[in-house]
Ligand binder design. Structure first.
Ligand code: NIG
Ligand code: FE
Length: 407
């Protein structure tokens, strides 16, 4: 049965198609006093409510004068992990740096120790409440990375947990295999990369457990040459490629991302004019992660300069236990405005249309005839509440493929 939604103060969506860059990133279509019809999980029609006459037998849902925007897309999370990083957090508040903790075998490596020994069911149970929080805060599509397994077996278990999570939520989960940190002994690096490229990646691809591969390119993680080796193999396997780059040092990861035509390069806190210039000529999306800036107290990715430089910018939570325990996709919107210098309109595009492109799903992130009926109802009549609100929840309802996601 088709559904008709009425009583919408503002129906707001990015326009155009594909990623939006420069001034286009702020261009939104706003329909006042709007309505739309959903048939077979998709938007069949949308426009002014005055133009709509519900047909016989159609279910009419009155949203009571609230604003509707596309469901948010969280293009970067590490929502599956076991253990916690509370001791790291405490140590950092007393002056120890994130990178120093990692160098001493803690940080990401401590989460690997706790995650690698957990089974698929345990990992799924631990991650489900995190996914539910993201959905309640407006996410209808969520990218989820592995990366705390380290061995092939444990990485595949993480990817299986992501698949299993899909049974308990309507949200679309997009799995990424993350090659996160190398072995601690220098001598083991090349054997580790052999394992990754000849066993782990082909197996993940064969079983359809990942749609992309991501590499953490950083002094304390993988070099540019090592990253290139992994991502070229990923491309040969038909997988998308992504990078964590320029988080602490701009060692060339962003330039490699553009060169390889990566879907996205994420972090960019240490990016400067050279990286912005490189990104402006390519099709790679720059994903900013303001939760990391807030949690680690480090510099912010240059969101304003990226947009002014003509780079399409997306935003994600980077939900993870170490650098960004940010379990609200709506709050990532709010922080992108405060921390990365985006306007509310640019942030909305960053969390919808551009985030969709960042995960290789250009068909998502907009409301238009034919699109999946993934939308959120805000807690008031003005769409800007979404990035204005800090804490609480500006998202009253999350609808995915025409169905309301409850609790
Ligand atoms: O996106 N930088 C590398 N990886 C994650 C952090 C993971 C962690 O600290 O557990 C990130 O920030
Ligand atoms: Fe990350």
């Amino acid at each position: 049965m088709s559904k008709v939604f009425i009583g919408i103060s503002q129906l707001v969506t990015p326009g155009g198609s594909g990623p939006r860059r420069g001034p286009e990133q702020a261009e939104l279509t706003i329909i006042h006093d709007a309505a739309f019809r959903v048939e077979r999980r998709r938007i069949a029609w949308m426009g002014a409510q005055a133009e709509l006459t519900p047909g016989p037998g159609e279910e009419v849902i009155d949203l009571g004068g609230r604003a509707v925007v596309p469901g948010l897309i969280d293009p970067h999370t590490h929502a599956v992990w076991a253990g916690d990083r509370l001791a790291d957090f405490d140590a950092r508040t007393r002056g120890l740096a994130y990178e120093d903790i990692l160098r001493r075998g803690g940080g990401i490596r401590s989460t690997i120790r706790s995650t690698a020994r957990a089974g698929v069911e345990e990992l799924t149970e631990l991650a489900l409440p995190r996914i539910r929080n993201l959905v309640a805060s407006g996410a209808t599509t969520i990218e989820v990375k592995s990366g705390y397994g380290f061995t092939a077996e444990a990485e595949l278990r993480m990817l299986e947990a992501i698949r299993m999570l899909g049974r308990y939520t309507r949200a679309r989960l997009v799995p990424t295999l993350l090659i996160h940190v190398p072995p601690e002994d220098e001598a083991g690096r090349s054997a580790y990369l052999d394992m990754v490229t000849t066993e782990l990646m082909p197996e993940a691809a064969r079983r359809g457990l990942a749609t992309s591969v991501d590499v953490f390119t950083e002094r304390e993680a993988f070099s540019v040459a090592e990253t290139e080796r992994v991502l070229r193999k990923a491309r040969r396997l038909g997988l998308g490629v992504k990078l964590h780059a320029d988080q602490f040092h701009a060692i060339g990861g962003t330039e490699l991302a553009v060169w390889l035509g990566a879907l996205s390069v994420d972090h960019l806190e240490a990016s400067g004019p050279d990286q912005i210039e490189a990104l402006a000529v390519g099709g790679t999306i720059a994903t900013v992660l303001p939760g990391v800036t807030l949690h680690l107290g480090l510099r912010a990715a240059p969101g304003r300069a990226l947009i002014d430089g003509g780079v399409p910018v997306a935003v994600g939570t980077d939900l993870n236990p170490g650098s960004s325990p940010l379990a609200s996709t709506a709050l990532a919107q709010a922080l992108a405005v405060r921390i990365n210098g985006l306007t509310p309109a640019e942030a909305l595009t960053a969390g919808t249309a551009n985030a969709a492109s960042a995960i290789g799903r250009d068909e998502l992130g907009r409301l238009e005839a034919g699109s999946s009926a993934d939308f959120i109802v805000l807690d008031g009549p003005d769409w800007r509440l979404l990035s204005y609100t800090l804490g609480g929840n500006a998202v009253a309802e999350t609808w995915i493929a025409g169905e309301k996601e409850e609790g």
